[in-house]
Ligand binder design. Structure first.
Ligand code: SAH
Ligand code: SF4
Ligand code: F3S
Length: 440
């Protein structure tokens, strides 16, 4: 029996797919890269903006052809769109046999049985079920042998007025320290070197179970075999001095943080209900720069939130100029049904959003060109993740930049020192510094 899975959305959705693969593999299914060969086709959906929603329906239109040759084939939809639309989705796409969301991935084995018995197996729950931690009993199937995602919180307790996530993923639930540590130990035994802790709002881990995210960083760092730690996404409001100190004290925590700012105008930040001002945000960046030598930043920005004026937008550009992010993920505001911003007056026309977006990308391009240049001639530490073309090694620096160099396959999974020879916006050509080989 074979399965095919298509994943949209954020890293948490990718990690969910890795777990779904683990469940399917446990049931004896084997992954295929061509949906036409599959007995089960799953789409793990995202509904953060309008565009991903549309893609799901066009994929379903294509995948339904699988039933012409294999009438017993099962088509499933899971993830955030499934949670948001519920039965409306099945009405719109009758080809769907199985539907569930991130709340009840662990129920997949029963859902498959129901579908095989000829029923529509639709399990969209209003709230996460009590037994959802059963999910952690299943393994994950990963493509990268050296870097692994570990989900540590599910859901989100913030209420940003543009965002569907609290509706699609529910209230924040922190996974217990024991369960996380158990998984990290298993991953390390499996050869993983870099642990990437995940949550919609990962810096808020622990708030609902009387613990603090900094404790989690210290505990994971204690595990022998963990060489590097990253985490995504940090919400500026929850990133306090205790966390910043932990980042600076724990050598294994990489010097890079993704800290979405969303907007630079205080008026817009308030309308978004982000819980901080531009000044608060810049203060967090200052604190991070002070404590953590060489730290780099990336961010998310929304362009054209309702009522955004030219002056408001320029405040966003000002944040980009002040912080000098290594990466900016920018999105045109997309109205999402059942969110407060959806019905706000003063929706910004699309041509203005496009024009602002173009200017933002132009500015970021010049900032990034400067940053890239500043890497040339420096020495960086790289964890080697892949080996290509007989002599090319590829990995990431602690500051989260891709680096490639000539070298041999035995360095896979090792941390090496390199000198940067040529640096481009999103990659760097490097020379291996011989004396650093081995030893880890
Ligand atoms: N939890 C993270 C973000 C998760 S969603 C945080 O709080 O920062 C990922 C990104 O999608 C957001 O940072 C935001 O920039 C973007 N996004 C969310 N809703 C959006 C919407 N309605 N329109 C456009 N972009 C949106
Ligand atoms: Fe959405 Fe805000 Fe929660 Fe991020 S913090 S997931 S933007 S509600
Ligand atoms: Fe999308 Fe759901 Fe992630 S809406 S961004 S897949 S939490």
């Amino acid at each position: 029996m074979k399965y095919y899975i298509k994943t949209f959305g954020c890293q948490m959705n990718f990690n969910d797919s890795e777990r779904i693969k683990g469940i399917l593999q446990t049931l004896g299914y084997e992954e295929v890269q061509n949906w036409k060969e599959a007995d089960i086709i799953l789409i793990n959906t995202c509904t953060i903006r309008e565009k991903p929603d549309q893609k799901v329906f066009s994929h379903l239109g294509e995948y339904k052809k699988v039933k012409e040759e294999n009438p017993k084939a099962i088509i499933g939809v899971c993830g955030c769109l499934a949670q948001r639309m519920g039965f409306e989705l099945v009405q719109k796409a009758q080809v769907v046999d199985i539907m569930f969301s991130s709340f009840n991935i662990h129920q997949l084995p029963e859902l498959i049985q129901q579908a095989q018995a000829g029923y529509k197996a639709i399990a969209i729950l209003e709230n996460p079920p009590e037994d959802e931690e059963k999910l952690w009993n299943y393994p994950t199937v990963r493509e990268n042998p050296y870097c692994a995602y570990v989900t540590v919180t599910k859901g989100c307790d913030k209420n940003c007025t543009y965002c569907v996530v609290p509706k699609t993923r529910g209230r924040q639930r922190s996974r217990s320290m024991e369960s996380i540590i158990r998984e990290v130990k298993r991953l390390v035994e499996d050869g993983v070197k870099e642990i990437h802790l995940l949550g919609q709002n990962v810096t808020a881990w622990g708030q609902d179970i009387g613990r603090h995210f900094s404790e989690l960083l210290y505990e994971v760092a204690q595990i022998e075999g963990v060489k590097r730690i990253r985490f995504t996404t940090g919400h500026p409001k929850d990133l306090d001095e205790k966390i910043v100190k932990a980042i600076s004290q724990i050598d294994k925590v990489c010097q890079h943080i993704h800290l979405p700012v969303q907007a630079g105008s205080n008026r817009i930040l308030k309308l978004m209900d982000r819980g901080y001002t531009k000044e608060d945000y810049l203060e967090k960046i200052r604190m991070l720069k002070e404590y953590v030598k060489g730290i780099t930043f990336s961010t998310d920005v929304i362009v054209g939130f309702p009522t955004e004026t030219e002056e408001d937008f320029e405040e966003t550009l000002d944040v980009l100029k002040k912080v000098r992010f290594e990466q900016v993920f920018s999105f045109k505001y997309s109205p999402r049904p059942d969110t407060p911003a959806y019905s706000m007056e003063g929706q910004v026309p699309d041509d203005i959003k496009t024009e602002r977006m173009t200017r933002l990308l132009e500015l970021q391009k010049t900032i990034l060109a400067d940053i890239a240049k500043s890497y040339e001639g420096t020495v960086q530490e790289v964890l080697i993740e892949s080996f290509e073309d007989g002599n090319k090694l590829i990995g990431r620096t602690r500051t989260n930049r891709w680096a490639s160099m000539n070298g041999s396959e035995e360095l896979l999974g090792k941390i090496v020192k390199v000198k940067v020879i040529k640096s481009y916006p999103f990659s760097m050509e490097c020379d291996l510094l011989v004396e650093s080989q081995g030893g880890n």
